[in-house]
Ligand binder design. Structure first.
Ligand SMILES: *Cc1c(COP(=O)(O)O)cnc(C)c1O
Length: 433
């Protein structure tokens, strides 16, 4: 399978090149040149396959010609090594818990897979690889933990100073060895711009052997489609229509879901649930894509003003807004609604949902009401563990949120960062040294 740039269909590269470059030379995002299909016979007996086996069957279709089956099995066994359980709230609504990985967010799936794939490719190279990653909170820690202590790879995490939670910051800034946290005086969009600028700075990029680990990297996108199949496997009544709601920011998670549908997953509707950063909702509902500066919300990993993966979504639907609207619904909810849904879910179902999942829940409920749906499989992707947003949740619910052991550990460590301005030259000169 070859991969092309969303800026130029004729710019074809191998999977290895796509992974190592992150972003195409022309600034576009890589896309698979064909959409493979998932065998009907596997669908009909999905329950018989383990999560890892499902992951293998999907991954194989996209990369089999470049990574041997035995290596791929090995990569998946290290990357997909925690579960994605579907927890029922009521007859219609379930929560897909994607936070059972080391950093308690769904990004562990993509980041771990990418780290193992990259580590595999780097083994045969002589020069060190430098990975730049911009984060609004959870990406950075997932990537850092995924790549931690990988020979031949250095990771630089750019995060907006003062704009991530204390817990997120501790996760980002307490790893040593090959991981460096860069505290940028600016917003997440500034961090993302810095990374993008470094990539189009061709000479610098080649000199430093730069790669990216944002959700734009194809090796982060592909594994995110695995758990959509794993979710469907756990659905009890497959005769009902399935609707999946995805708390969205940069739209990587949604794009992976759409890819799963193109491969054959029978989902009727995907819901791109957004917070007050409603650029995507405006796009889906009005056909206008108007990127602008992001604003801070409780669901801060979704505070994105210019979602990159829009380019891939347009590509999947040949830039047809009608086709996009056919498969996708989108709605925005503010922090007041987010807080009240956290309460609502707890009071009705005794389930503690985090602010991101809460936005997903609101969008699903709103869609089901609008369509007067009676019986359906509604799945909300719970993208982060509630303990990561302990303060807000305890304020709303007046209950103690227990901190899992793996999170508690990093809270006691000392923060280590390098502070930089949001000026590209500053970043460049730091990386030059
Ligand atoms: C990154 C993140 C999101 C948004 O995912 P995208 O793929 O960027 O749309 C949602 N929730 C949490 C907890 C995240 O970390």
């Amino acid at each position: 399978m070859q991969y092309y740039s969303t800026n130029n269909k004729n710019n074809l590269v191998t999977f290895e090149t796509a992974v190592m470059q992150g972003l195409a030379n022309d600034g576009g995002l890589f896309m698979p040149s064909e959409i493979p299909s998932f065998e009907r016979k596997i669908f009909d007996s999905l329950e018989k396959f383990s999560f890892q086996e499902i992951a293998f069957h999907i991954a194989e279709k996209f990369i089999a010609n470049e990574i041997s089956n035995s290596n791929l099995v090995d990569i998946i066994s290290h990357a997909v090594n925690f579960p994605a359980p579907l927890v029922k709230l009521n007859d219609n609504i379930s929560i897909l818990e994607l936070f059972h990985g080391p950093t308690l967010a769904f990004k562990d799936f993509g980041a771990r897979f990418m780290a193992k794939v990259t580590g595999h490719f780097v083994k045969n190279r002589h020069s060190e690889l430098n990975i730049l990653v911009a984060t609004s909170g959870d990406t950075g820690s997932a990537v850092a933990y995924g790549f931690y202590d990988t020979p031949g790879i250095n990771v630089y995490i750019l995060y907006p100073k003062g704009k991530v939670s204390l817990i997120q910051e501790q996760q980002l800034t307490t790893l040593d060895k090959n991981i460096t946290a860069l505290e940028i005086d600016g917003t997440f969009d500034d961090c993302q711009r810095l990374v993008k600028t470094a990539f189009v700075d061709k000479e610098f990029r080649e000199k430093k052997n730069l790669s990216s680990a944002n959700s734009i990297n194809i090796a982060r996108l592909l594994p995110q489609s695995f758990y959509y199949f794993e979710a469907y496997k756990q659905v009890e009544n497959k005769k009902r229509e399935t609707i999946i709601s995805i708390p969205s920011g940069n739209l990587g998670n949604l794009t992976a879901g759409l890819l799963a549908k193109k491969i054959g997953l029978p989902v009727t509707k995907f819901i791109g649930a957004v917070n007050s950063n409603k650029i995507f909702a405006e796009y889906v509902n009005e056909g206008k894509f108007l990127p602008r500066a992001s604003i801070q919300t409780l669901s801060n990993a979704m505070d994105v003003g210019n979602p990159s993966n829009i380019a891939r979504i347009k590509e999947l639907y040949s830039d047809s807004i009608e086709e996009i609207q056919h498969d996708i619904y989108s709605e925005s909810f503010d922090d007041i609604a987010t807080r009240s849904a956290i309460k609502d879910v707890y009071q009705k179902f005794g389930y503690i949902i985090d602010p991101h999942g809460s936005v997903g829940y609101l969008a699903l409920k709103s869609y089901a009401e609008k369509k007067s749906l009676k019986e359906y499989n509604g799945i909300v992707l719970e993208t982060a563990h509630p303990a990561k947003f302990k303060d807000v949740i305890e304020e709303e619910l007046k209950v103690d949120v227990e901190i899992p052991e793996r999170l508690a550990e990093c809270l006691n460590k000392n923060k280590a960062t390098v502070e930089l301005s949001s000026d590209y030259e500053d970043l460049k000169s730091f990386l030059m040294d």
